[in-house]
Each structure stands twice: as structure tokens, then as C-alpha cells.
Design a protein around this ligand. Structure first.
Ligand SMILES: Nc1ncnc2c1ncn2[C@@H]1O[C@H](COP(=O)(O)OP(=O)(O)OP(=O)(O)O)[C@@H](O)[C@H]1O
Ligand SMILES: [Mg+2]
Length: 283
């Protein structure tokens, strides 16, 4: 299977203090599609001699928001970077096990990492627009892809999906770097959306932003989940509780300790270690 082709949505998996620290404000009610987008079997990752992830086996459902939480250094970013093979760019990094996107192991020899990254877009903690115009930032992935459709229409659509169009529609030829931090992050989201991915990975996408910009990003994630599968790392447990449907708790040692519906994780976790973590007793 090639990642050049959009996954067939009809295809089966073969083809590709004691008081809770978290006050829940809203409960998401997305039910997803019932399909699994990503499933991993015994994924372990080392950087040289350092083990960053240990035997991670998990499934990520389609059309939902899955949050990854856990203390610093427990491997959350490493796990995200496994999904779109960004770890390939780190010389010392060794990934073992299987990680499948719609049933296809992304580490198979016939997978093109560049094509994979169009299917699995990524947004980082620090907004990182290119020193190019707003239009060129969004069109960037389309050019690499050899997109032969209407680029301006796709740029507009992506900026609308990223809730940025109204703010920038009259300045598309100005530099992306002249936008505010929150706008830059939405520009990066527009850039990730433009090639029409299946999955959007977000690594603490709001942690460098002020509360208003953060709230815009959270609203945006809610909208994106209607069309995409979102996997988000956050250090903010209230944020995880607000925006995610499923929560995976990683703890020290690069271990996935619990993965469940977000409500269950925050209200009634199975593991005492998870309870201690989310109630702030450690971590
Ligand atoms: N490029 C790298 N080279 C060597 N070791 C690394 C590299 N990136 C991460 N590590 C190590 O892998 C482990 C997991 O790091 P990772 O960045 O995935 O954690 P994290 O959960 O994202 O932490 P944080 O919450 O601080 O972002 C840590 O021990 C870290 O030092
Ligand atoms: Mg990290």
C-alpha cells in the first residue's frame, strides 16, 4: 500500500490532595467512526543507550481526540514522532515494534516518510512558520506533493478550517512571521491541514500561548475533530479533560500506564499511579 493515496474510508484494517485536581467543564460527546487509525504493538524506542519508550501497545480511534499526558521525559513527544517517523531524523534513535496506520506498518521498507508525513501532519509547541508569505506557508505542502488543483482555493479552505481566514484574507502576501503567536500557530495548523491528512499530531500546541489564543486553539481542535483524528500532547490536565475523548497516561520509564475514555481517566482511573499523577501527588 502506498501513502500516496488517501486511505479508503470503507477499507478494513488490513489495508491500511484527594479532591480531583481537574474540574471538568465540558464533556465531549464525539463517538468517532468505530475504526482504528493507529495501532501499535510493543513499540520501544531508544536514543543510544537511553530507553525513552517501553513496549507501547495502543490503539487510536478515528475521528476522536486522543490526549497524551504524563510527566516531563516520559516519552510523549517521542511517541508522537514515531507516528510520522520524525524520529528518523535523529541519528541515535532506534524504534522497535510495529506501528500501523490503517493497518500498514509505517516502518515497512516500502513506506515513503515524506508521503507518510502528508497523511500525518504535525504541529509543534513553538509556532514555526517559514519566513515566507502566509499564502506560501499554507501552499508549501501542496507544492511538494505536486498538487495540481486550485492552490488558492485550497489555501483559503485550509485557513478557514484553521479559523484564521478572516484575520489574514487581506494580507496573504505578507510574511507569516509578522503574525501574533496565536495566529502563527493557527497558520501552522493551516499548513498541516492543507495536504488533507488523516491524522494531526500536536505537541503542546498551546503551551506557548496566552489564555485567549489557547482558548482559540482549543475551539479549533474541537472543530478539527469533526474531520480529522487528533493526537495531542499536553501538560495541562484541565485542557486534556476539556478537549479529549480518550486519554493515554505515560509515566516515568516510558511506560503507557493507562488508556481509556477521558472521563474514566480523570474520574475513576484503574491505576493508583495514574490517580496519584492526576491528583498531583507526584510527577
Ligand atoms: N533527540 C534526543 N536525543 C537523546 N535523547 C532524547 C532525545 N529526545 C528525547 N530524548 C530522551 O528521551 C526521553 C523522552 O523524551 P521526550 O522528549 O519524548 O519526553 P516528553 O514526555 O515529551 O517530555 P516533555 O514533557 O518534557 O516534553 C527523555 O529521557 C529524553 O531525555
Ligand atoms: Mg515533549
Amino acid at each position: 500500500m502506498s501513502f500516496e493515496d488517501p486511505a479508503d474510508p470503507t477499507a478494513d484494517a488490513e489495508s491500511l490532595t484527594d479532591a480531583p485536581a481537574v474540574g471538568r467543564e465540558t464533556t465531549t460527546t464525539r463517538s468517532g467512526t468505530g475504526r482504528t487509525v493507529i495501532d501499535t504493538r510493543n513499540v520501544s524506542v531508544h536514543y543510544g543507550e537511553t530507553q525513552a519508550l517501553s513496549d507501547i501497545t495502543m490503539e487510536i480511534p478515528e475521528g476522536m481526540v486522543t490526549a497524551l499526558i504524563g510527566p516531563s521525559g516520559c516519552g510523549k513527544s517521542t511517541f508522537l514522532r514515531c507516528i510520522n517517523r520524525m524520529n528518523d531524523l535523529i541519528d541515535t534513535c532506534r524504534v522497535e515494534g510495529e506501528l500501523r496506520l490503517y493497518g500498514k506498518n509505517v516502518y515497512d521498507d516500502d513506506v515513503d516518510p515524506v508521503a507518510l508525513r502528508r497523511k500525518v501532519g504535525m504541529v509543534f509547541q513553538k509556532p514555526n512558520p517559514f519566513p515566507k508569505s502566509i499564502r506560501e506557508n499554507v501552499a508549501y505542502g501542496l507544492e511538494i506533493q505536486g498538487f495540481d488543483g486550485d492552490v488558492d482555493a485550497r489555501v483559503e479552505e485550509s485557513l478557514k478550517s484553521a479559523a484564521l481566514w478572516d484575520e489574514v484574507k487581506d494580507q496573504l502576501d505578507e510574511s507569516g512571521l509578522d503574525l501574533s503567536g496565536g495566529q502563527q500557530q493557527r497558520l501552522c495548523i493551516a499548513r498541516a491541514i492543507a495536504p488533507d491528512p488523516e491524522v494531526i499530531l500536536m505537541d503542546e500546541p498551546a503551551s506557548a500561548l496566552d489564555p485567549i489564543a489557547t482558548s482559540k486553539i482549543e475551539d479549533l481542535i474541537d472543530d478539527l475533530a469533526e474531520e480529522y483524528t487528533v493526537v495531542i500532547v499536553t501538560h495541562n490536565m484541565q485542557q486534556a479533560a476539556r478537549i479529549s475523548d480518550r486519554t493515554a497516561v505515560f509515566l516515568t520509564g516510558g511506560e503507557l500506564v493507562e488508556l481509556d475514555d477521558t472521563d474514566s481517566i480523570f474520574e475513576n482511573p484503574d491505576s493508583e499511579r495514574v490517580e496519584n499523577y492526576i491528583t498531583g501527588k507526584f510527577g
